[in-house]
Design a protein. Structure first.
Length: 312
């Protein structure tokens, strides 16, 4: 897609959620952060942001998931994105952002990052600020590690904090079933649990690398479009910590893997569980099974494009 645009009366932009098909977490650094290596796949669960002219920046929500507890001030990532773009470009107006949310809140799928990415593209077009792709990617990186990927979509490798991106070749389409939780998880809490786990078991496990890399078997599976191979290669260093914080997620993983999933993985910092399946029929069967067990289950595919204008 093209990120440049001219001023409009209203602009609607769609951006995808993501699954981390691999997430390797480096050791805790002196600044309190971790370097990571991750393989992102954008999937067909989208956030839509409609931006209309206004004197200031404001936000409202709609969609199939609960949004009443979401912040509407500068704690909201989309609001911060609009204000950052205005400040950096010298634009003196604002925008009302109406967000149709479908990606689980605090679910490990980058919904807030998708909102921020869509907002950057929408406001750039609405205001005619004509930022190029590289400029928007740089602004996205200042907002959060997953925002640049939501701008690009597809499949990519992220290093550093996850925001240093390089495209990854991926062949074909992968089918996923998501088991979505009604209660989110705090990403910082999951990282703290990982650090505590590593400290407790330091005598039994190898020390974490300061600069992890995505395993070769993940890259080969993506390049070949081999769902079976990718299922065998799925990895997430945060999964053990997420399961410690939410033990019931282990039962969900076992249920899916016993009913047709090639493999299951905690998405990002959790609590969404992503099950990889072989085809659409298997996805439908697993969705029915999970739903019958009381889970909210969604079928998605990937990879899909990043933030793009739907209507202007």
């Amino acid at each position: 897609m093209t990120f440049e645009g001219a001023a409009h009366g209203s602009v609607t932009v769609r951006a995808p959620g993501k699954i981390n098909v691999a997430l390797l977490v480096g050791r805790l650094m002196d600044d309190g952060y971790h370097d990571v290596a991750t393989a992102y796949q954008a999937v067909s669960l989208f956030e839509d942001v409609r931006a209309t002219p206004a004197d200031d920046v404001s936000v409202s929500f709609a969609g199939p998931i609960a949004t009443e507890d979401l912040p509407t001030g500068n704690d909201n990532l989309a609001v911060r994105a609009a204000r950052l773009l205005a400040r950096e470009t010298g634009h003196d107006g604002g925008a009302h952002l109406h967000i149709t949310k479908r990606v689980p809140v605090a679910g490990g799928m980058g919904g807030g990052s998708a909102d921020a990415a869509a907002t950057l593209v929408a406001c750039d077009a609405l205001w005619g600020t004509d930022c190029g792709r590289d400029d928007l990617l740089a602004l996205g990186a200042r907002l959060g590690a997953d925002v640049p990927f939501a701008l690009l979509g597809g499949t990519a490798i992220g290093t550093g904090r996850g925001d240093q991106l390089s495209p990854a070749l991926s062949t074909g389409q992968f089918h996923w079933v998501l088991a979505v939780s009604d209660t989110g998880m705090s990403t910082p809490s999951t990282y703290r649990a990982l650090d505590a786990h590593r400290e407790r078991h330091s005598a039994d496990i190898s020390p974490a690398s300061p600069a992890p890399t995505v395993p070769d078997d993940v890259m080969h599976a993506l390049r070949s479009g081999d769902a079976v191979a990718l299922g065998e290669a799925l990895t997430n260093d945060l999964q053990a910590a997420a399961l410690q914080l939410r033990p019931e997620l282990g039962d969900t993983l076992e249920l899916g893997e016993a009913n047709g999933a090639l493999a299951g993985i905690v998405s990002g910092s959790g609590p969404t569980i992503a099950f990889l399946v072989s085809d659409v029929e298997s996805a439908i069967d697993l969705q029915v099974t999970l739903s019958a067990a009381g889970h909210r289950a969604l079928r998605v595919t990937g990879p899909v494009p990043g933030a793009r204008i739907l209507e202007a």
